[in-house]
Design a protein around this ligand. Structure first.
Ligand code: ZN
Length: 419
């Protein structure tokens, strides 16, 4: 499961832009659904960069002028993403020995409730792509579906799935899966398609694996309804999310790969404490009859509504951050992920006297943002400065960790009223 909804302990989540050895070379994308190169810009998202390089420093959210599919444009080639997911996985749940949060578990149960009636029987050969540590497959196994296996780009995730649940996970990228054609009855794509740059290549590879009556389950954030979710402003335009599906464009994409719809449901998913995101669950199977594309107008208009709503929420945060910068007091900033990177680009946070960033994600520690070091929470006790918590989803978790786990006396500055 790869998505922005992954909980992984204070300050982590799917918020990161990570240093990499590769130099990203932004390239123009054509529409993955209809191939058109005519696009309308909806929004510009900026992240800046950690240390010397990163996955990407921002992108244009665009809508295809011909079919309405919405996606991130001006992003690196697929190979750059492949290397990033192989090396820098944030889905290992290292802090908890590979175990995920109760919210994650509830989400996996929501997905299996949709999946189970679509499975042909207990003998079904089930393959999850991007299975991370294998929890969703383990749930299906517990329900009597024993022929479950996974593919994940991260070798560390594969090892964890084997250790925790005895599920075999093959390390591979989605565009080259080392399985024979026609050997899978059911493919699970839970929070995967929003991460894939070259969608046609990936889906053609999955269709190759399907048995004649094989099916594909998809769960993605529902970009047509982002404004109905509860999260930090612009958080849905994350570093890793580069496709913004509504139900219509999801069906269009699958039709373009010879797949027809079996079921589709729009739902809210609880991500964390008072944090929700709208999602689409859908299932497809190969179909000889080609259906025409239907223009998707609702996703772009949903994104415009989300941008307007995020702008209002962002104004309130900007005021707090501007006051901190104007005060000139040295501070610590807890959170080195997307939330912070965006504020460094779009607010006066860059003018504040930041002594250090704090993050629990070991992939971030030892790196820097604007030459300011990122330190582990355990090193905060060397500092007396106030801590600005730069996260909405983890704000209360971070505050609790600071007070109860680390017994820190530092003043805490919150950006969000979480009730
Ligand atoms: Zn298009």
């Amino acid at each position: 499961m790869r998505s922005s909804q992954k909980g992984q302990g204070a300050g982590a989540r799917d918020e990161g832009a990570i240093e990499m050895s590769l130099t990203p070379c932004p390239a123009v994308r054509s529409c993955a659904v209809c191939g058109s190169t005519h696009k309308l810009r909806v929004f510009r998202q900026s992240f800046g960069a950690i240390s010397s390089g990163c996955l990407l420093t921002g992108y244009d959210v665009v809508a295809c002028a011909d079919c309405g599919f919405c996606f991130a444009d001006g992003i690196p080639e697929q190979a750059v993403f492949d290397e990033y997911y192989a090396e820098m996985s944030k889905y290992e749940h290292q802090e908890s020995g590979g175990h995920e949060s109760t919210y994650d578990l509830a989400r996996f149960r929501q997905m299996t409730a949709f999946i189970e009636p679509l499975l042909p029987g207990p003998e079904a050969r089930i393959l999850e792509i991007g299975c991370a540590t294998g929890r969703l497959l383990a749930l299906l196994k517990d329900r009597g579906f024993t022929r479950v296996t996974g593919v994940d780009p991260s070798p560390s995730c594969a090892a964890t799935a084997e250790r925790l649940y005895g599920i075999q996970v093959t390390t591979a990228k989605i565009s080259a899966i080392p399985f024979a054609a026609g050997t899978v009855d059911f493919i699970v794509l839970a929070g995967v398609l929003e991460h894939i740059r070259d969608l046609a290549t990936a889906l053609d590879e999955l269709v190759r694996l399907l048995s004649p009556a094989g099916r594909i389950y998809v769960c993605v954030p529902d970009a047509s309804r982002f404004a109905q979710g509860e999260d930090a402003p612009f958080q849905e335009f994350s570093v890793e999310h580069i496709n913004f599906f509504g139900p219509v464009s999801m069906k269009n994409l699958m039709r373009s790969r010879g797949l027809s719809e079996l079921a589709c449901r729009q739902e809210m998913m609880q991500v964390s404490f008072r944090t929700t995101t709208p999602v689409i669950h859908a299932a497809f199977q190969a179909s000889a009859a080609g259906a025409p594309l239907v223009a998707d107008g609702e996703t772009a208009s949903g994104l415009h509504a989300y941008v307007a709503q995020s702008g209002k929420a962002d104004d309130r945060i900007q005021q707090t951050v501007s006051a901190i910068a104007a005060g000139g007091e040295p501070i610590l900033v807890w959170g080195a992920g997307m939330h912070t990177l965006r504020l460094m680009q779009t607010s006066r946070l860059k003018d504040a006297k930041i002594v250090a960033f704090i993050d629990s994600n070991p992939h971030y520690q030892g790196k820097a943002i604007d030459r300011i070091p990122i330190i582990a929470p355990g090193r905060v006790r060397d500092h007396a400065e106030p801590i600005m918590i730069s996260s909405r989803v983890y704000q209360e978790e971070i505050a609790r960790a600071a007070r109860e786990d680390l017994k820190l006396p530092n003043r805490l500055i919150r950006l969000y009223d979480m009730g």
